[in-house]
Design a binder for this molecule. Sequence first.
Ligand SMILES: N=C(N)NCCCC[C@H](N)C(=O)O
Ligand SMILES: O=C(O)CCC(=O)C(=O)O
Ligand SMILES: [Fe+2]
Length: 416
Amino acid sequence: MRQSRCVGRSSRSHYSGQQHLHDTPTPKPKTKQEKVLCTASQYRAHGCMIADPAVTPLTSPHLTCHRPPYPEPQIPLCSRVSLASPNNMGSDFKAIPLIDISPLVEKIDDPAMAGDEGLLDVVRMLDDACREAGFFYVKGHGISESLMTEVRDITRKFFHLPREEKLKIKMTPQSGYRGYQRVGENVTKGKPDMHEAIDCYTPIEPGRYGDLAKPMEGSNLWPDYPSNFDALLENYISLLRDLSRKIMRGIALALGAPLDAFEGGVAGDAFWVLRLIGYPISDDIPQEERTDIGCGAHTDYGLLTLVNQDDDICALEVRNQSGEWIYAKPVPGTFVCNIGDMLKVWSNGIYQPTLHRVVNNSPRYRVSVAFFYESNFDAAVEPVEFCREKTGGVAKYEKVVYGEHLVQKVLTNFVM
Ligand SMILES: N=C(N)NCCCC[C@H](N)C(=O)O
Ligand SMILES: O=C(O)CCC(=O)C(=O)O
Ligand SMILES: [Fe+2]
């Protein structure tokens, strides 16, 4: 089955003519952008949705997606309409771009390299991706594929432990919402999600942010088994924080902002969140607890998310403006990145977070490890002046204190 590529600029570029990248018009990327194709409805129709490797050589030819026909999810008409509102603008992208960010990773910390051609190519691709899909894959990020696999494997090992063992690190309000949650305890828009997870957050000492952070104060609950869990994850977190800082430097340049726009008071002390997530096989969930969605449609809360997902299961779906769900199918060794609510506010909507959800209809248990790079916990994020100027001069969003946004989500995300 051969598919046509859809790489044209689209309605998401609704500020067309606008100049960015330090006010030089954006030329076509010199480096060819690669795109990963997979629409959920085609996938369902054909059972296997692998783009022709001759067209998109980066898709995984080895990937076999066993998927029974799956009905379109029941999204009420009214929310379909509201999802298409300008607040959830997304272009009619059919594919998610894949960006080799190695020039950025290698050069972005050297101010003398800010004009480097390879780096500017990456910056242009980030700009396109953030305007269009709001999602992109990164390769050349410097994190070894073996570490990415090890992190997923240790997560899988934990989730395969007996329930009593997992409940030793149970998340509760007393634990600052840190720890293990069972399938169905996380809810999205009132509906239980079919995933289990361990949630970890930047540790918060009592009193650190006054009343603001009270519900989330504490340190993380790591399991005793597998034995090197905490050491492995702490190393992984520190690598992903640094990688995210670099990608945010690239995104700052893409917006035409100073390199360090997401440092200092905005994200110089970036709060991080790590979710280790397991999506069981549907048949393994008792029928009376079962819903059809692994994680309901949502946007992420902060600046940038990096998802390390299993190599062999298509389950993460990203919504385009027409309401089609496009698969972020696995591309081994890459992270799937997406932008969050704080970047929307800061950029006055130039970059918008995209709705996404997870449906595991495969016959395999799926693991993903999502790292969220956020603003400073106490950052008051509001549209910056130069982004307002580029978008008609009026602030489209009110000021948000990131920590308040997070705490409000955390307090309503769980039924325990
Ligand atoms: N930290 C982040 N971004 N977690 C995303 C979880 C999304 C599902 C959640 N129940 C919700 O409704 O937001
Ligand atoms: O499991 C995934 O692929 C994504 C999970 C996700 O979107 C989230 O936790 O915010
Ligand atoms: Fe998400």
